[in-house]
Design a protein around this ligand. Structure first.
Ligand SMILES: C[S@@+](CC[C@H](N)C(=O)[O-])C[C@H]1O[C@@H](n2cnc3c(N)ncnc32)[C@H](O)[C@@H]1O
Length: 197
């Protein structure tokens, strides 16, 4: 999808025009945390946008770091965390060069990150996520699926692409259909929970 300037321009505009920025944590993340399947641990939110899910994780006891390529998004996220009175280590950064050491995180949260990368970057993406995760750490992917019509916005990802990209490095616990809620309605997506091998 867009470059850094494009993302900054989106986040400099009115919030209500940012399609994915719904202001509440996704039902998939809430369900995962409420079920107690992932215990509080050092967590990384990749492509965190304005920080909604990072802040939700911090409120639930996780020690959260979060990165996004847009400095405008990070400015908004920092303000929101201050208002929510939670601590999140927000960084402007590229997911393909994550500014953290190897084996840093027990949980990586991804709502709409992987699906912004074209196919030639996907293995690189998987290697980088894997590098910063602790052994047996959990990666929670949510992306547009190939069942979503049209070709605007994010890439449509097939189950085969998820398996081909991640299965060498992660144990995959199923790929399920979801609705990804946005400001302009919901979209067909997949959720996938994986554990670092
Ligand atoms: C679809 S939005 C999702 C934002 C957020 N996760 C949410 O659910 O609201 C994709 C995000 O990826 C960020 N992004 C795009 N390319 C990136 C990269 N190479 N590294 C880090 N962030 C990136 C954009 O700035 C944008 O915030």
């Amino acid at each position: 999808m867009g470059d850094q300037d494009w993302w900054n321009e989106v986040y400099s505009g009115p919030r209500e025009e940012i399609p994915w920025d719904i202001g509440v944590p996704s039902e998939q993340l809430v369900e995962l945390i409420e079920k107690g399947e992932i215990k509080p641990c050092p967590a990384l939110d990749i492509c965190c946008g304005t920080g909604t899910e990072a802040i939700y994780l911090a409120k639930n006891g996780f020690k959260v770091s979060a990165i996004d390529i847009s400095k405008e998004a990070i400015k908004i996220a920092e303000k929101k965390a201050k208002e929510a009175e939670v601590k999140v280590d927000f960084r402007v950064g590229n997911v393909l060069e994550i500014p953290f050491q190897d084996n840093s995180f027990g949980f990586v949260n991804d709502r709409g990150c992987f699906h912004v990368f074209a196919s030639e970057y996907r293995k690189w993406f998987a290697d980088e996520i894997h590098r910063v995760m602790r052994p047996h750490g959990v990666y929670f992917l949510r992306c547009f699926s190939d069942k979503e019509l049209g070709d605007w916005g994010p890439y449509r990802i097939s189950k085969e692409e998820i398996i081909n990209t991640f299965s060498d490095l992660f144990e995959i616990f199923g790929i399920d259909d979801i609705k990804l809620n946005g400001r302009r309605g919901s979209h067909r997506g997949y959720k996938c929970l994986m554990k670092k091998k």
